[in-house]
Design a protein around this ligand. Structure first.
Ligand code: ADP
Ligand code: MG
Length: 325
């Protein structure tokens, strides 16, 4: 089967179709329209076989995760997702794999109303690169750099479940089957917080998605905003599966340093707290206040039941070993 028949059989005309796409898959470029008054947000993420997902991961989950991690980046900027492009490197033409993978892309595309508008297909080690495009009303993007001392620090959903799932997978932690299923689902099928992101425009002062570990991602906000922060470890949102499976101390470690959560971590000026709470209720979304931004040049401090709490920050970094001095 040629490259062209792969594209035709598995990708062309199979995703959600949007009216703002004048020309989709099939020509040298896609042609799309950006609505008036909106800015375009663009992000790219790559998943490599054996690094970002185990070799044995079902292709439908690989596809869903590849889309989800990109939509999570759009969500973190307050962007509404619109289009995807997919660069696919596959070692061989495996019809079953392609069928299931394309189904995963199709399902995400339908669920989030995004259209696959192009890409590239090459032979090589299994790797998936997706570029996602979204819209943000002009000047309303949520960045990392505008947190201010006194702002409240929130996180959506619960923390650490994906890292717990990974340890369950590796046989390092034993869990009740229902908790195992929950944690594995959080690992393999993350839900990008697209609605929360768009809802936070005009409310949050800064925002980031939690992909490397909460503390590690919080540090990006603090660095970009030149602030410190106080985090109440006892306030971290933990799932039922988490609290029923590991000790409190282990749960805190998963929540502070576990990767792959794809929740949103954001700051809100105290004066907008009421507005945030109303928006959360209206959207039926949960978010928890876990601390507060501290003054210029202050450090990141953690407390547990009012006492200082110390921990290492072990966020995931691909180049850590090569770059450490
Ligand atoms: P070109 O050689 O002109 O770059 P290609 O042969 O790579 O074009 O691709 C033909 C068309 O199919 C283009 O519209 C391209 O965007 C699209 N395409 C290629 N691979 C994929 C893919 N994996 N998913 C979606 N669209 C793809
Ligand atoms: Mg090409």
């Amino acid at each position: 089967m040629s490259e062209f028949s792969i594209i035709e059989n598995y990708f062309q005309g199979r995703s959600f179709q949007r009216r703002d796409v004048a020309l989709g898959i099939g020509d040298d470029c896609a042609i799309t329209d950006i609505p008036e008054g909106q800015s375009l947000a663009v992000t790219t993420d790559t998943l490599v076989n054996g690094i970002h997902f185990p070799e044995s991961t079902p292709p439908i989950l690989v596809a869903q995760k590849a889309v989800a991690v990109n939509l999570s980046d759009l969500a973190a900027m307050g962007a509404e997702p619109a289009w995807l492009s997919l660069s696919l490197s596959i070692p061989e033409h495996d019809e079953q794999w392609l069928h299931e993978f394309s189904l995963g892309i199709q399902q995400m595309s339908e669920y989030y109303s995004v259209q696959l508008i192009g890409g590239d297909t090459v032979k090589g080690p299994l790797s998936i690169t997706i570029t996602a495009h979204g819209f943000i009303p002009k000047d309303q993007a949520l960045t990392r750099s505008r947190a201010k001392p006194g702002d409240l620090l929130y996180v959506s959903g619960s923390l650490g479940d994906a890292a717990l799932g990974l340890d369950i997978c590796k046989g390092l932690v034993h869990a009740h089957p229902s908790h195992k299923n929950f944690a594995l689902d959080r690992l393999n099928n993350p839900s990008p917080r697209v609605l929360v992101g768009t809802m936070l425009r005009r409310i949050a002062s800064s925002c980031i998605d939690v992909s490397d570990g909460m503390l590690s991602d919080l540090k990006h906000i603090l660095y970009a905003s030149q602030c410190g922060a106080l985090v109440h470890v006892d306030k971290l949102p933990l799932s039922h599966a988490m609290t029923q499976t590991v000790s409190a101390e282990q749960a805190y470690q998963y929540a502070l340093n576990g990767g792959d959560d794809y929740e949103l971590l954001f700051t809100v000026p105290e004066s907008l707290k009421g507005q945030l709470e109303l928006a959360l209720v209206n959207a039926n979304v949960s978010a928890t206040c876990i601390g507060q931004i501290a003054g210029l040049n202050e450090k990141l401090r953690l407390t547990l039941d009012g006492e200082a709490y110390t921990t290492e920050i072990n966020g995931y970094d691909h180049f850590e070993e090569e770059c450490s001095e």
